[in-house]
Design a protein. Structure first.
Length: 294
């Protein structure tokens, strides 16, 4: 008899010992187990804590490709889901699995849901997390965009450029902050002004370790280098924190060719006509022979 069959047979009895168990796996490898039973559970090498106060609402499931969804409610605590981690976005997109378990015999269990965390909200020491099924990934726009600039992301499979050479990846330490709150870095004087603009920044140490964003500003100054992000990080950044920078790309054909020597993989259409071409009309001062307007 399989674990599923054993659980269904147990559920058909008059008295049951059933509970739910959740396991949340973050993208950084951290895992957290929860259960609504009054005692801890363990199976498949995972531990599920009962002291977290986590509960779940009804699970909505359907046939076809519609997205299964539910919500998880719980209390914030250092032993379970820390509020600072939620604010920092460490649980964004985390994978979630939910089982129906016979707590008297955890070998009898049924996987009811597999998906990821969606929108998370906090209030009065508690949190509410939206749970989205696997078909959520299919609910994304796809297709090729025809535009002058490149549609690939620097370093991805479509771009094909390896961000491994020292001139495109650098590590630095935060030495201070200017009056506008922008990060000041020592060294990195061998890189041109604005070299890292539109690139990425990832914190390697400190409270914000593992977090990062897109670089909005990169300027060389007498005291060193000044950087700013498009969005402020959701965890505090301090002097002495180390970070990793990657070179920026404005996705133009000229930059792809001159800065990265990767024009063969350019994923844009630099010669596509602009919108002004649609509204153009013949004028006597120009040649009107139906030829190229380039």
């Amino acid at each position: 008899m399989t674990a599923r069959e054993a659980l269904l047979d147990h559920a058909g009895q008059g008295v049951t010992t059933l509970c739910r168990a959740w396991f949340v796996a973050r993208s950084d490898g951290a895992g957290f187990g929860f259960t609504d039973h009054d005692g801890d559970l363990a199976f498949d090498g995972m531990a599920f804590k009962a002291s977290t106060g986590l509960t779940a609402r009804a699970l909505q499931q359907s046939t076809g490709l519609s997205v299964d969804n539910s919500e998880a409610l719980g209390a914030l605590s250092d032993a379970a889901l820390d509020e600072a981690d939620l604010i920092a976005g460490r649980f964004d997109g985390a994978s979630v699995q939910i089982w129906l378990v016979n707590w008297a015999d955890p070998a009898q269990r049924l996987l009811q849901f597999r998906g990821s965390m969606g929108e998370i909200s906090r209030a009065a020491g508690s949190f509410k997390a939206e749970l989205r099924g696997l078909t959520e990934a299919l609910n994304q726009p796809t297709g090729r965009i025809f535009q002058r600039n490149c549609s690939a992301v620097l370093g991805d499979a479509r771009c094909g450029f390896a961000l491994t050479a020292p001139e495109f990846v650098a590590e630095a330490t935060i030495t201070g902050f200017d009056p506008l709150g922008r990060m000041q870095l020592s060294g990195l004087l061998g890189y041109a002004d604005r070299w890292f603009e539109r690139g990425t920044l990832t914190l390697l140490s400190g409270d914000a370790a593992g977090l990062g964003g897109t670089i909005k500003l990169d300027r060389l100054q007498d005291a060193g280098r000044v950087l700013d992000l498009w969005y402020r990080l959701s965890a505090p950044v301090s002097v002495g924190d180390t970070l990793r920078l990657t070179a920026g790309c404005d996705r133009t054909a000229a930059t792809c060719k001159a800065k990265f020597a990767n024009f063969l993989n350019f994923r844009g259409f630099p010669h596509i006509p602009g919108e002004d071409w649609l509204t153009s009309y013949p004028v006597s001062s120009h040649v009107n022979d139906g030829g190229s307007r380039g």
